[in-house]
Design a protein around this ligand. Structure first.
Ligand SMILES: [Zn+2]
Length: 89
């Protein structure tokens, strides 16, 4: 499903912030519309057309960064937990 098709289906607003996106070239700006894959590999399933939405490039990037941060924090927490048990605390 292309950006054009997604826009026709879901409208010109960003999936995350709800603000209007920029569909004009160049398409590599923060306000540009990008395809957001909602059904990521973390869910262990195949990407589906129905799980594609449009989001600002900036929102798309921020979401990925926050998810990576959260993943790293969780990993650090797990490591601490394991280390505490290993230390007999
Ligand atoms: Zn947005």
């Amino acid at each position: 499903m292309s950006v054009k098709a997604l826009r026709a289906t879901f409208g010109p607003q960003c999936h995350w912030c709800g603000l209007p996106m920029d569909f004009d070239p160049p398409t590599d700006r923060p306000e540009s519309a990008t395809i957001e894959h909602l059904n990521d590999a973390t869910l262990g399933s195949v990407r589906k057309q129905s799980h594609r939405r449009l989001a600002h490039a900036a929102c798309n990037r921020a979401r990925n960064e926050f998810r990576l941060q959260a993943e790293r924090q969780f990993r650090a927490w797990i490591d601490e937990r394991v280390a505490a048990v290993a230390a007999g605390k």
